[in-house]
Design a protein around this ligand. Sequence first.
Ligand code: DGY
Length: 321
Amino acid sequence: MKPAILVARAIFPQTLARLAEHFELETNQDDLIFTPQELVAKLHGKQGLLCTGSARIDAQLLAQTPRLKMVANMAVGYDNIDLAACTQFQVMASNTPDVLNQTTADFAWALLMATARRITEAEHYLRAGKWDKWSYDAFLGADLHGATLGILGMGRIGQAIARRSMGFDMQVLYHNRSRLSPEQESYANNAQYVSKQELLSRADHLILILPYSAATHHAIGAAELAMLRPSATLVNVARGGIVDDAALIAALRQNKIAAAGLDVFEGEPNLNPDFLTLKNVVLTPHIASASAATRRAMANCAADNLIAGLTHQRPPHLLNP
Ligand code: DGY
């Protein structure tokens, strides 16, 4: 008999067809968001789970799902998974790294450009029928070319973001848990390793792309925002919890920084309604990895992990130590 798995969110039919060759599937093509209790009930008798960041996998859930052997997260970030608890309950966990690096880096640039050059604000103005003449000072933004790009978190996506700055003749500064190798720094447009304080005070544009954990919760709060230049642009394509939203809203409102581009929010899909009142923010609904090809690659990667893990092979992207 095939092992039973739960595919907790809607996914490409082709991925389901592939999984069905190996497993008995319970699916959720209506894409309901399960409460923790519903997830436990759905996992009854299941050996595998394919999920996204909307599923919280912690000791409480694992204690009630004794048959569960593997959780395959369809995301590179896995802050929704308590990895120590998974290991304690002998449950394998995996993520989908690498396949989304370039697409996420492309999007970080799209968001930076839209934010620094006020593209969505200008489009809203035009759509509202307010454009009646060309003006020398309408929607003045900040240049990207020749500017200093700061990157907080210099993993594979951060390096891909940095590499793209070559075309804009930018200087790249970064801060990371550890310094990159000389080869990696050279790939990343000769990125220069600096302290977090120096990064914040020198960046014209700052992109956040670091993993979220207890250690990085509100890594950008009031004190950090105060170190940024009043002309600075902040872009977050990592996780919402890295930024203290209340402090960011205050900084944007008081023009202590110029603008922010946000693809992620603490408590998403709910966001602080004050963001909606600000003109100097560009807001997108967690879509940095959302190209058609990359989302397919992520789904396939999650399926590969689950198939390997439940057929006595090592999942290619096993997270447990
Ligand atoms: C990821 O892969 O972590 C992206 O944020 C999509 O969830």
